[in-house]
Each structure stands twice: as structure tokens, then as C-alpha cells.
Design a protein around this ligand. Structure first.
Ligand code: PMM
Length: 276
């Protein structure tokens, strides 16, 4: 399941069933709206839909576990019934376990298994693919703040991901189920995010498939804002997608699937003209 296509990056479409996510908060809080949006993303070329019930944007506060579960489980169950692959974007073991019952295909934990002491056990018991994201935070309340000394972010993240993957394996997660994510925008400066992308090869050369989540993040919006233009980050996201796919990223997590699906298809054919 992790490798959807041997020569094309996987496209993960985002459905945030939240009030306040980075860019689509409040739009899909109603399960029917979330489902309609997910189906549209699949029609546009998404391979998997990432369903989240809790925002991590700077300034966000955590929601109750029960609220988070009630937001994501019905959407995951309905998509599963339609044969659509899903991931659950959660830091809570109980939500991940409920999502697994509902048929989820991947557990995406932005804390990399650190926020909830039970999470790694659930990852191991469900035997699902997992995404372990890097986020250096004391409380995992929200993604504000910068946590890296200048020039150290690539090595910081590389080392931290090595620790997260080792801890998951110690807890019984099979290495074949593990994917990693440098955590763009999570307690990182714009420079940190660009350093991580500049050094993406450091991560893609590692043992685990790499997910890149740059979509609509502030450091991308900044490109247009610096030119005095309104923020419209999806073409910039698609550019990141194309380069990340070209450099061997396993997956891109994006809001606007259509442009990023074009970008991964371009990267695929660029590398494998025989597949045209
Ligand atoms: N970013 C957000 C939420 N979940 N998961 C992974 N694996 N990687 C990310 O970069 C990531 C994530 C925040 O973005 P959103 O609020 O727009 O969903």
C-alpha cells in the first residue's frame, strides 16, 4: 500500500474536518461536505485522503479526543466503504485505533509517536503503514515557534527522525510500515523549511519513504507576498511537488490535488519516458 506506483509519487489529498486549520479550517466540518470534498480530490487524482479532526496551526488549541474521533471516524468509514484509501491525521492513540476499526489505511502522526504514550502500541497492533513526522515541541499544542539553531535544522531533523523510527521499531512497528516526514512549517523558520527542501536528498537517501507536506504553508505564501501579490500558494505548492517528486519523495500531502497530480505525473514521465 505504501508504494502506490513504483515510478510516481503518491498524492495525498487533505480533508481537514476542523474549524481552524492552516488554509481550509471550517469548510468541511460537516461530514457530508467533507465527503463531497474528498470525492472531488479523488476525481482530481488523489491516491489517498488524509482526514484530520484537530488543527495544529500556530495558535490552535487542542480539541477533546471524543470530538476529534466523532469528526474523523464517520468520514473515514464512508470513504472506506467507497473503496477510497484514507489516512488519519492524529496524535491520539484512541483516535488512531478508532480510525483503524473504521478501515483507515495509514496513521499519520505529526508528533512522530511522541504526543501519546500509547500511540506506538496502536501503530504496532494495527500493523498499518504509519507516517512519523518531525516536530520539536514540548507540548504539541500548536505549530508556532522556531526550535532550531541557525544551520542545524537538517542534522537535527535527520537525527530526530532516526530516533523516532528506532522507537517505533522497538515498540513493534514493522520497518516496512514506516514512512517519515521532515515536518515543514512545524516550529521551523522559512529558512529552516527551505534548508530541508534543499537537502531533501539526505532524507530520500535514507531507509524510509519520505512524505513532503509543504502545501499552502506560510513559507510558500511568502514568495508572492514578497512581490506584493495576494497569497495564492497552490502553483508554488505544485512546484515543490514537482521537484520533490523528481528527487524521490514517496508522497506529497496537498490541498489542491489537481495541480500537484499534474506535477507528479510530469516528474514520472520526465524520469520514465517509456511510461508515456
Ligand atoms: N501538516 C499539517 C497537518 N498534518 N501531516 C504530515 N504528515 N505532514 C505535514 O506537513 C502536515 C501534516 C498542517 O497543515 P494543514 O493544517 O493545512 O492540514
Amino acid at each position: 500500500m505504501i508504494l502506490q506506483h513504483p515510478h510516481r509519487a503518491t498524492v495525498m489529498g487533505i480533508v481537514n474536518v476542523t474549524e481552524d486549520s492552516f488554509s481550509d479550517g471550517g469548510r468541511y466540518l460537516d461530514p457530508d461536505a467533507a465527503l463531497r470534498h474528498a470525492r472531488r480530490l479523488v476525481a482530481e487524482g488523489a491516491d489517498i485522503i488524509d482526514v484530520g479532526g484537530e488543527s495544529t496551526r500556530p495558535g490552535a488549541t487542542r480539541v477533546d479526543a471524543a470530538v476529534e474521533r466523532e469528526r474523523v471516524v464517520p468520514v473515514i468509514a464512508a470513504l472506506h466503504a467507497e473503496g477510497i484509501a484514507t489516512s488519519v491525521d492524529t496524535m491520539r492513540a484512541s483516535v488512531a485505533a478508532a480510525a483503524a476499526e473504521a478501515g483507515v489505511d495509514l496513521i499519520n502522526d505529526v508528533s512522530g509517536g511522541l504526543a501519546d504514550p500509547e500511540m506506538r502500541a496502536v501503530m504496532a497492533e494495527t500493523d498499518l503503514p504509519v507516517c512519523l513526522m518531525h516536530w520539536k515541541a514540548a507540548t504539541f499544542g500548536n505549530a508556532s515557534g522556531a526550535a532550531h539553531a541557525p544551520g542545524s535544522v537538517v542534522e537535527d531533523v535527520r537525527r530526530a527522525l532516526a530516533e523516532l523510527t528506532a522507537a517505533a521499531i522497538d515498540a513493534g512497528v514493522r520497518p516496512e510500515n514506516i514512512t517519515v516526514d521532515p515536518g515543514l512549517g512545524f516550529a521551523k523558520t522559512a529558512r529552516d523549511n527551505w534548508e530541508l527542501l534543499h537537502n531533501l536528498h539526505v532524507f530520500t537517501a535514507g531507509e524510509f519513504p519520505v512524505l513532503v507536506g509543504a502545501s499552502r504553508k506560510r513559507f510558500l505564501n511568502a514568495i508572492r507576498l514578497a512581490r506584493g501579490l495576494d497569497s495564492h500558494p497552490d502553483p508554488a505548492t505544485a512546484a515543490v511537488t514537482a521537484i520533490a517528486a523528481q528527487q524521490g519523495a514517496w508522497c506529497v500531502r496537498v490541498h489542491d490535488v489537481a495541480v500537484s497530480r499534474d506535477a507528479v505525473d510530469v516528474a514520472q514521465l520526465w524520469n520514465h519516458p517509456e511510461e508515456s
